[in-house]
Ligand binder design. Structure first.
Ligand code: 6CS
Ligand code: FE
Length: 311
């Protein structure tokens, strides 16, 4: 049995090679966007389904009630002030100051967010779009505090999850729930419509313990300027603004990022990443050891039991 700290290079055929000796280029997506069996009726109508397939994301407004939102916001503040979480080594702080940037594993450390992760409005929709049972690959709160909240540079989550976590195919999606108002000024999520149809191959070797820097400021697994320009020239840039309680559903491969926040108003969101059970991670497609469990579920892969809305 190899010890955990010896890189276990994946010998499986790599359908989405990136980094290492790769040259920056726009590859093609090899997997469907919609896996749903569209013969029956699903939780969203045909128009939203087509929009998701074409753009790679959907913005759903007013999904949660005022009361639900208040409970999420109280939990957001409670977790931020939790000394045990701060000392856990699993919290990411903002570059340049100790302010909380991200807290991971919220579906495990918080009763409120554990319930939210299995809510049918989220998990039920994920199961439908991915046409499989789903598990939480990663969950997190991104606080993006006011005044000095830093950016999340452009990236495809899938490129990181494939290369560094060993996610085989594009059969996963993220749901971002707005917890504070996402204005066009306080660093809202920006997405490039249609970018999910290209696999953006990145250059550079994945550094050792890359997650220790990438979650604060990502410099590897990011598109070249030329590739990014090709995507934005084609698809433009959409900012996902919304009041608390709205949901952005985005495909694992949709190119996205967000600017810094110098306004006094935090831009805090909760993210749940639903991966199809049939797409569980294998060994990383790079020569680094697997990332820790709080960033990528590997030991604990439990299918989400979808609960009735708010149930
Ligand atoms: O490395 C990751 O898994 C994380 N990085 C970003 C910027 N988005 C996805 C995910 O949270
Ligand atoms: Fe991301």
């Amino acid at each position: 049995m190899k010890s955990a700290n010896v890189p276990v290079m994946n010998t499986q055929q790599d359908r989405y090679p990136s980094r290492g000796a790769s040259k920056a280029q726009l590859g093609k997506r090899l997997d469907p966007v919609i896996y749903a069996d569209e013969t029956g009726s699903g939780p969203i109508g045909q128009d939203l389904l087509r929009q998701y397939e074409e753009n790679g994301f959907l913005v759903l407004d007013a999904v949660f009630s005022e009361q639900e939102i208040r409970s999420f916001q109280q939990e957001l503040e409670q977790l931020k002030g939790d000394e045990q979480i701060a000392a856990s080594g699993e919290t990411i702080t903002e570059p340049g100051n100790g302010e909380i940037r991200s807290i991971f594993r919220i579906h495990q450390i918080s009763t409120v967010f554990k319930k939210l992760a299995s809510d049918s409005r989220l998990a039920g929709l994920a199961q439908y779009l991915l046409n499989d049972q789903v598990y939480i690959h990663q969950s997190r709160l991104n606080y993006k505090p006011g005044f000095r909240g830093k950016e999340f540079y452009w990236h495809s989550d899938f490129e990181t999850w494939h290369v560094e976590d060993g996610m085989p195919a594009m059969r996963a999606l993220s749901m971002s729930i707005t917890l504070t108002e996402n204005h066009d000024t306080n660093g809202p999520l920006m997405l490039i419509p249609g970018s999910h149809q290209y696999y953006v191959v990145c250059e550079g070797e994945t550094p050792k313990n890359h997650f220790k820097s990438s979650l604060r400021k990502q410099e590897y697994g990011v598109p070249s300027d030329h590739c990014l320009s090709q995507l934005t020239d084609q698809g433009g840039i959409v900012t996902a603004t919304g009041k608390p309680g709205s949901v952005v559903v985005f495909d694992c491969n949709t190119m996205h990022g967000s600017n810094g926040n110098i306004t006094p108003y935090p831009r805090s969101n909760a993210f749940f990443v639903y991966n199809a059970i049939s797409n569980r991670v294998v060994a990383p497609f790079c020569d680094q050891p697997p990332r820790p469990e709080y960033i990528c579920a590997r030991e604990t892969i439990d299918p989400v039991i979808v609960a009735a809305r708010g149930g």
